[in-house]
Design a protein around this ligand. Structure first.
Ligand code: UT7
Length: 327
């Protein structure tokens, strides 16, 4: 028998992309690569680069303002801010605290989540816990990363892949019936395997080198791990939600590589026409890529209220995970 449950519903989505575009041709002038190689192996045509003088919080605020506008809410309504980021403005305070100040949100709960490219899915699940327990009536969940700040610009294996941006959603509680017709977050699967740290990490930090460091990746192994393990997490999240992967209207994956998107979709039997792909123009914006893709799908009219969405991501940790939701 179904019983009433509190769900976290996404009532607004917003995005921010830096104005500066870096094309494959431009990168080919500084590292040994080519537009043809990058397009063929990754699907990326161009990426964004946050301008000097701006920080991750500025992108987060830009996305949050649009999400609040779309939701018909104001900063005064917000009682929880969770920012998923690997590129905070400062070691502390959290980027969420800086966002609170810049947005003019009154005293509230605010903190960061660090799960790299999986950060947005992790952050949604944490915010869902606050909403379900009545601790938040209006939450901002933001994925924001300035990955360009972590690049070794002489490493062609990584510097062509990553990008900068932010995406935000507004979450509010909605009473549901406890079945798959409910609006809101319906099921999660979150994973971390710290033994695979060396496949994707940053070689610096406050308590080790005292530096910010650069991103290091064993690309091929991360690729293989992604295609195999994301599928398991997706099936697990769908099982928790009580839906079949085939019932999903839109697959909104983390945008690391077009070949990973296709590989995961094929493994799961998802029609490629249902995959929201922004990798060509956004590249890999880490925690921002899922809400950025969602914002694009909504803006171009593909994603509509009431539809069933499936998100998934994989990143440093290694972390990975999936979320099923009804918009
Ligand atoms: O957000 C989650 C984290 N990231 C990912 O999910 C990324 C996962 N990995 C990938 O997307 C892919 O593995 C890459 C795009 C990084 C690499 O593609 P690949 O098809 O796995 O290439 P590879 O690493 O096997 O390298 C093939 C060749 C190598 O040359 P040799 O040894 O065959 O002579 C590389 O040195 O391609 C070379 N290569 C490049 N060539 C031109 C690597 N990067 C480049 C480049 N331009 N940018």
């Amino acid at each position: 028998m179904n019983s009433s449950v509190m769900r976290s519903a996404i009532i607004g989505v917003g995005d921010y992309l830096p104005e500066t575009i870096v094309t494959n041709e431009e990168l080919a002038k500084t590292v040994d690569t080519s537009d043809a190689w990058i397009r063929e192996r990754t699907g990326i045509h161009e990426r964004r680069k946050l301008e000097a003088g701006l920080a991750t919080s500025d992108m987060a605020v830009g996305a949050a303002k649009k999400a609040l506008l779309a939701a018909g809410r104001t900063p005064a309504d917000v009682d929880l801010i969770v920012v998923a980021t690997t590129t905070p403005d400062l070691t502390f305070p959290s980027t969420a605290a800086i966002v609170q100040r810049k947005l003019g949100v009154p005293v509230c709960i605010a903190f960061d989540i660090q799960a790299v490219c999986s950060g947005f899915v992790y952050a949604l699940s944490v915010a869902d816990g606050f909403t379900a327990r009545g601790l938040s009536k209006c939450a901002l969940v933001i994925g924001a990363d300035a990955m360009s700040r972590l690049m070794d610009w002489t490493d062609r294996g990584t510097c062509v892949l990553f990008s900068d941006g932010a995406g935000a959603v507004v979450l509010e509680p909605r009473e549901g019936r406890g079945d798959t017709s409910d609006q809101g977050l319906l099921g999660f699967a979150l994973r971390c395997d710290g033994t695979k740290q060396d496949l994707l990490y940053v070689d610096g930090g406050p308590s080790t080198t005292g530096t910010v460091g650069h991103l290091r990746m064993v690309g091929q192994q991360v690729f293989r791990h992604a295609v195999v393990n994301i599928s398991e997490a997706v099936e697990a999240a769908a099982a928790v939600a009580g839906v079949k992967v085939a019932d999903v209207d839109w697959f909104v994956p983390h945008q690391a590589n077009q070949r990973i998107l296709q590989g995961v979709a094929n493994r799961l039997g998802i029609d490629e026409a249902k995959v929201i792909s922004t990798v060509a123009t956004h590249a890999n914006t880490s925690a921002a890529s899922i809400p950025l893709a969602m914002a694009q799908g909504i803006a171009d009219g593909r994603i509509k209220p009431g539809q069933l969405l499936l998100m998934e991501a994989m990143g440093g940790g290694l972390t990975w995970g999936a979320c099923v939701l009804r918009l």
